[in-house]
Design a protein around this ligand. Sequence first.
Ligand code: XMP
Length: 344
Amino acid sequence: MIREGLTFDDVLLVPQHSTIKSRSEVDISATLCGLKFKHPVIPANMKTITGLEMGFEICKSGGLAIIHRFMPIEEQLFIANHLIDTFGDRGVCISLGGQNEDLPAFHKFLEAGVRNFCIDVAHGDSAQCIQTLKNMRALNEQVFIIAGNVATGEGARRLWEAGASAVKVGVGPGSLCTTRIETGNGVPQLTALMDVAQVQKQLMELERTKATTYKRQFPIIADGGIKSAGDLVKALCFADMVMVGNLFAGCVETPGEIMNIDGRSFKHYVGSSTHKTNHVEGVAAIVPAKGKFGDILAKLLEGLRSGCSYQGAHNLVDLRDNPEFIRITNAGLKESHPHDVILK
Ligand code: XMP
C-alpha cells in the first residue's frame, strides 16, 4: 500500500473557540531542552543566510542563531566568540558536518565555549552521521546537539537514541531543493513532521513512566518549505521550532552584496548542496532584496500570534495540543489566496 503524503498547502487548521482577547496575549516563546527563546523561528544555517551580521540580529531578537558551516573553522570561531561575548552562549549554535573529520572542529568549539551544535547533513539517518553523533556525545554529554535532517519517525528515533538533543526534519521541502527531483526521495513536509511527532510522543510517554525525576525531552525542528506565516503556524503544530530560509533571503543583514538588475535590487540565495563538487541537489538563485531582518521577523511573528489566537492557543505548547486539520482541494487552495481581484 502506498501512503499519501501531505504538505502545508494541502491542509488548513480548523479555527477553535478562543478566549484570547488580543494577539499580544499569546506567548510565542519556545523551549528546547531547557534553552528558552523569545520566538521559535530559526533562520536557515545557509551560506547566504546566517553569517555574523544575521547571527547578531537573531541573538538580539532572542532567537537561536545557527551559524552556517560553509566557511573556514577560524571564521566560525570568530563569529561564535563575537556573539558569545556579546550575548552569552545560550543562543549561539555552530553547524558541523556529519563525518569523523568534523570531530577535531567540535573539540575546538567546545574549548572556545560553544555549547550548541547542529550536525547538518542532507541524509541524517545514515550510519556515518549517527556514528559521528555518537562520537561527539562520547566527547561531551552535556552540550546541546541538533542532528538532521530526517524525514521519518524511525530516522528521528535513531538520532535521538544516538544522543541528539533535538532532531531537524525535512528532506526536500526547501525552496532551493532539488533532492526530490534528482533522487526521487523525500516526504512531503507536513506528513514528515506528523510521523516524527508520533515517535516523539512514544518516547515522551516512555520517559514519563521512568522512575527518574529528570525527564528527557525530544524537541523537533521543522526545516524548509515555509512560504508564509500560515505555514509556520501549521509546522508549529508538530515542531518546537522552525527553520526558515527563503523568507529571510534577501534581508539587509544576510551575507552578500545587493545586485542591481534592470533597476531592481536582488541578492543571492544559494542551495547548500551547490557548495559541494559531487552530486548537487539544489539550485543557486536570486531573490528580491527585502529590507531588515527585524521587520520581516516581526511580521511573521504577528501572523504566528494571530494563528495561535484562531486556535485558542495561549502559547506554543497549547498549539501542539490536538490541532484539528482539514484537507483541502485545489479549489480550496485557490479560495485561500486573494482571488477575483486585481492586486495593486
Ligand atoms: P526554505 O524553503 O526556507 O528552505 O528556503 C531552507 C532549507 O532548505 C534546505 N536546503 C537544501 N536542500 N538542497 C536541498 O535538498 C540544497 O542545496 C539545500 N540548501 C538548503 C535546508 O534544510 C534549509 O534550511
